[in-house]
Design a protein around this ligand. Structure first.
Ligand code: GLY
Length: 367
């Protein structure tokens, strides 16, 4: 197996490859292997990515397909809804897409999740390829087959598990990524170290300067290790029947905060704050030390992520947590750290513990 390729399998059967490259050209051979050449291809992208790369990708794809169309949505979480899904269905119908044709999700998490959901449901399922362009999508959302959209103010409420045929990353797209979007991705990157790999977590501390400078070798090593961690977890539990839930570390509170902030904060920023709260609960339970807690806060801060809140009503956040779909009956599945590099699912986290952690975020409690 080539060093830039990771195979994802389920129950011993190969499902799809994750390919790490520094250009788009390699995508052509990959598409040929999938027998998608000479089929209609629809690039689904957003208003951030389209002006930068859509023409380049479209021209490249035209060398193997006689019909390449582009569907562009407005960048941002507000596009992740059923109205945009409907627009994309209409576009595909009007462009005569049939089940043998393919979709290419070309952008960040919103584009990937929405395109995957349309691929899962259009004509009961057509093939799709993830071409993530943000750090968040490369390290998390493009891998593992979670697709879906938000419904009213409920995040990811409608969706399906539906696997891409390929995840193809051109790491050079990270160079043009807006600074805030790039930083937001570290919410998921740091999460992967905390829940699965203490060595990687410490490597992120040591290599911070070069990573923030986007040094290509470091980026490749970092994204690759993320993909390996994510792959290991989703292979073992593709439909989140158990262990996959540890990937939701920082997300129970993170999603509630995202709503509380009316989606003005990016996903990774909310996950950062959610991770601090979950780590605080872990510390209060004696699982990690206050020194490790300080180290985590320092790490998130030095990557430019928020680690506190200035104005939040905990009752409302708690209600939002209750409504979060990660509830298991009446129990909320909370993810805490057993130690740095190892997370566990816990259903005993009380309302009081959550409130204490929110007080910590608000600066009403110190270490
Ligand atoms: N982003 C969490 C998961 O894929 O399960």
């Amino acid at each position: 197996m080539k060093k830039n390729r990771l195979a994802v399998s389920y129950e011993g059967t190969h499902c799809y490859d994750i390919v790490l490259e520094h250009q788009f050209e390699g995508l052509i051979e990959e598409i040929k292997h999938l027998e998608l050449q000479n089929r209609k291809l629809c690039i689904v992208t957003d208003s951030n990515i389209a002006p930068l790369y859509a023409e380049e990708l479209s021209n490249l794809l035209k060398s193997i397909s006689n019909q390449v169309v582009i569907f562009e949505l407005k960048a941002g979480e507000e596009s992740k809804n059923l109205d945009v899904v409907r627009e994309l269905y209409r576009f595909l119908i009007e462009s005569n897409f049939d089940r043998k044709d393919g979709l290419i999700a070309f952008g960040g998490g919103v584009v990937g999740d929405l395109t995957g959901f349309v691929a899962a449901t259009y004509l009961r399922g057509i093939r799709f390829i993830q071409v993530p362009t943000t750090l968040l999508a490369m390290s998390d959302s493009s891998i593992g087959g979670k697709t879906g959209v938000d419904f009213e103010r409920y995040k990811n409420m409608v969706g399906a598990f539906y696997m891409p045929k390929l995840v193809y990353m051109n790491l050079s797209t990270l160079k043009s990524l807006d600074h805030r979007q790039y930083i937001s991705g570290f919410g998921e990157v740091i999460k992967h170290g905390l829940i699965r790999d203490a060595e990687f977590y410490h490597w992120l501390i040591e290599q911070k300067e070069g990573i923030l400078q986007k040094e290509p070798d470091l980026l490749e090593k970092m994204v690759r290790r993320n993909c390996e961690i994510k792959r290991e977890i989703v292979q073992a539990d593709p439909k989140e029947q158990g262990e996959r839930a540890i990937l939701n570390f920082g997300h129970t509170l993170g999603h509630a905060i995202e709503k509380q902030m009316n989606f003005t904060w990016l996903h990774g920023e909310c996950v950062s704050v959610g991770m601090i709260a979950s780590a605080y609960i872990s510390m209060c339970r004696g699982k990690i030390t206050s020194v490790q807690m300080k180290e985590l806060i320092f790490l998130n801060q030095s990557y430019g992520l928020p680690v506190s809140l200035s104005d939040l009503i905990s009752e409302e956040v708690f209600e939002a947590v209750q409504k979060d779909k990660k509830k298991d009956g009446s129990m909320i599945k909370f993810i805490i750290l057993d130690k740095i590099g190892h997370a566990i699912i816990d259903t005993s986290v009380s309302k009081e513990e959550m409130e204490e952690s929110i007080k910590f975020l608000l600066g009403e409690k110190t270490l």
